[in-house]
Every structure is written in structure tokens, then in C-alpha cells.
Design a protein around this ligand. Sequence first.
Ligand code: NAD
Ligand code: ISE
Length: 335
Amino acid sequence: MSTLGVGVIGTGNIGSFHIDRLHHAIAGARVAAVHDVATERANALAGPLGAAVHTEPLALIDDDEVDAVVVTSPGETHAAFALACIARGKPVLSEKPLATTVDDAVRVLEAEVAHGRRLVQVGFMRRFDPAYRRMRATIADGAIGTPLMVHCIHRNPASPDFFTSEMLATDSAVHEIDATRWLLGTEITAATVLTPRRSHLAPQGLRDPQLVLLETTHGVVVDIEVFVNAQYGYDVRCEVVGSHGTVALGATDTTSLTHDGATRRAVPSDWKERFDGAFHAEIAQWVASVHAGHAMGPSAWDGYAATAVTTAAVDALHTGRRTTVDLADTPALYA
Ligand code: NAD
Ligand code: ISE
């Protein structure tokens, strides 16, 4: 097997995390080139790896040493990079979101459909988490009967400086939106957002926490508490309630200390710690699928559907009203 040359666009928080894994921990891949508008950061990361640094993103995508691309720049840049990769026939793993507007997401769908085969995978890594996978298998087995409700919690200890009230849906709850579609195999049809009392520890102007309510094609109701300045740690929970029982994510893989009349269990500090295994499986499978020439994993359709729902949720946040989601017909490529 030849070694896959990967080009990475965006060398910030998750970009550097993926670069390290791709170059040092995934068989059959190396980081061949990087690009970031912050050239010093790109240079610092590329140097020790012997990777090329491109000052233009399209030069990276055109580079003959780059067989496939990972996009880890901010969300609003993703669609243009996915389109450039499709135009050159290069596979791309785009961090979520696929696009920040429905129109941009549709452009990516249309380009991929016109190309005739899948090239895009979206970074919804929770689909690779063993506990989420067991939940999905349990639901599919019929063990909880007919799913009726989903209760989700998504708490981060603190939000980054650039976070906006809209990003609680577009950047955070987007994971629960994708996970719900995938766990239940249904589309989401409407969104409502409630805004509880604001935490005084959230940055000025940030509407945090929020309660996102979703409805699905089959009448399942999903509630998602999103709280991105929860202080104490990174806490993701999910329970699907069915007619015959419930299935939930268990405690994460940590030890507990029982001592002096109390039991203490550590809470993961961030998404890197909680989902490290999921990220590894996601990237290993992506590299293997590129070698095999068959894209797998969350598709551009999944990215489009998630953007349609987050767009409705942002509208619901602004208007205070329930907003419906109108999806296009699913192209045969994604059936
Ligand atoms: P970040 O701000 O730490 O990094 C973004 C990097 O992109 C920075 O180095 C910045 O200089 C660079 N950049 C900005 N504009 C650019 C452009 N036009 N072209 C090239 N580079 C550009 O952000 P982050 O936290 O690493 O997030 C990046 C993306 O990854 C976001 O879309 C975010 O939603 C996603 N993300 C996903 C997860 C996950 O759990 N799957 C976790 C974190 C971030
Ligand atoms: C971040 O972009 C992620 O994707 C994390 O998984 C999520 O927990 C966080 O809220 C987002 O900002």
C-alpha cells in the first residue's frame, strides 16, 4: 500500500490535533502539505514533519503530493474548499459543518452529484464512538421498541473567544443533530429554541445556555441542552426513550475513586479527551476508504441535512418561533 499524502487546510486547535494523528499514528498516511492564513503556525507545524507549506489553499489542493485533503479551517470556509477538492477529483474530510448556509451546502451536493461519486466525508466523529455505536445497534435490534423521545446534554467547560449565540446550534448542537438523524434513521422536520436565564459566567452577549427542541419525520421529539460555559468539564449525554425501554450513553471510560465516604469520578476536560477514540477511528477509516477508492462515513447529504436544521434553529433562536425544515429530495448518490 502506498502512503497517502494528505494536505491539511487550517492548523488551529483541531487542525494540529488531526495533523499529529495523521502523521504519527495512522498507518498508510502522512501529512504532505499544510496551509493556514496564519503562516507562522503552518510553518511551525510543517517543519518537523517535512511537509510543504502553501500560502494559497488552492495551491495545496493542486499539489501533486496531495492525494486527499483535510479541512480544519473555520466553518464559513469549508464549502469553498470542498468544491475545489471535488473540481479536482480529490477526496476531502471536512470538519463540521459542511457549510454554514443551506445554499452553500446545496452547491457542494450538486457538485458531487455532477462528479458522479462521493468524495466528501464530514467530520461527525460521534458516529465512530463505541458507546454511540452500541446505542444505534440496540435501537436497530428493537430492544427499546419504538423510539419516542431523545434527551441530550452537550456541555463544554468554556467557549472560545470567537463563539456567538448562533454557534451553540451551528457548532455544538450540530453534533446531536447528526447523531439523532443517524441513531434513528429519520430526518428532522422542525426546530424550536428556548433561552433560559443566562449564565453570568458566559461571555458578555452570549446566549448561554439554550434548549433546542427538534421534531422528526416519525414524530420523535428531541431535547438538547447546550451549555458551553458549564465550567466543570466536558459532559455529553444522550438517552433514547422507546415504547419498551431506554438506551443511554454510559459513564465515559474513566476510573472512579471511592474514599472517605464518597465516590469521585473524573469528567473529561474537553472534546479531545472524550472523543479521542472516535477521532482516531474516524480518520483511520477515512484513510482506508481513500486507499480503497470508496468514500464512506457521514456524507455531503448528512452535512447538508445538518446545516438545514441548524439554519432553522438559528431562525428559531432569533424569532422565538418554531421553524420548519424543508429538505430537498435525496439524490440517488446518497440513497
Ligand atoms: P481554530 O480557530 O483553533 O483554528 C482554525 C484555523 O484556521 C486557525 O489556525 C486559522 O488561522 C485558520 N484559518 C482561518 N481562516 C482561514 C482560511 N480562510 N484559510 C485557511 N485557514 C484559515 O478553530 P478550531 O477549533 O480548530 O475549529 C476549526 C473547525 O473544526 C471548525 O469548523 C469547528 O467547528 C471544527 N471543530 C470540530 C470539532 C469536533 O469535535 N469535530 C472540534 C473542534 C473544532
Ligand atoms: C466544537 O467545535 C466541537 O465540535 C466540539 O465537539 C463541541 O463540543 C464544541 O461545542 C464545539 O464548539
